[in-house]
Design a protein around this ligand. Sequence first.
Ligand SMILES: [Zn+2]
Length: 317
Amino acid sequence: MKGEAVKPLKTAFILIVCLAVIGLSCGKNEKKQLEAKKLTVVTTLFPLYDFAKNIGGQYADVSLLLPPGVESHGFEPRPEDIVRINKADAFIYTGKHMEPWAEKILKSIDNRGLIVVDSGTGIKHIEEDGHDHKQGKVEQEMDPHIWLDFGNAQKMVDNMLEGFIKADAANADAYRKNAEQYKTMLSDLDNKFREGLASCSTKYFIHGGHYTFGYMARRYGLNYISAYRGFSPDSEPSAKRLAELVKKMKKHNAEYIFYEELVSPRVADTIAKETGAALLQLHAAHNITKEEWDSGVTFAGLMEQTLSNLKTGMKCK
Ligand SMILES: [Zn+2]
């Protein structure tokens, strides 16, 4: 009797152990499958990384090509970056005006299934003025900082969403939902800027950096003056230009001079010393520092910080 009673117990125990083992291995397999199925997405600049990470959610493995702390306009991809793009399912860039190297690389890589997203598709770019287009001597330059207009940013999300769906139609509904949520956040951010910058003591903000905030200034009806005329921080402003800026600072009673991220604030510093103005950072989110990366900053967080500094600098209510 005793032996017979133990036997079913033993069988049940073995059965439970077996089920547990099968269950565990099943769980592992499912996890492995999910990981294997994850869409590999390579992005160039930080805003694109943040947008894509939010659209992709749990179904995508999104990475940022630019190493933290690297200035984006001077960036040239390294051989390992090309390998990374070659292995990816999707590659997202801002456009040929921001990453002139992208199209060259895309021609040379051997990844036929790669979905390429030019996130600036369909966005009207601000043209540089002052060039003599009639003479045809100078190729027209376009302002590449399109993400700093949050209407454009929403269009960029739409362009990316299209790429996500093309690359992984099975999860289209999830991508659509995530993109919609992110666009709502961008729209809220837009409203915060509009309200926050509506009643300021001045409409002028003076920046000791390259011409970055043209889109933002246009969207909120502000006047933006930058030390460098160009769209990238590759040239030094002349002594004459610095003198002009000092004059403008005095004319507009500016108490603050803004400086850019990841570039030495030397120009802003000089103007500050000349005018007694204080320095404030205006983060454009091209890329982030290692510390910012480690602390998990987001595009929205950086923009909130930019708004707060603009409000201080322009003495807004
Ligand atoms: Zn820039």
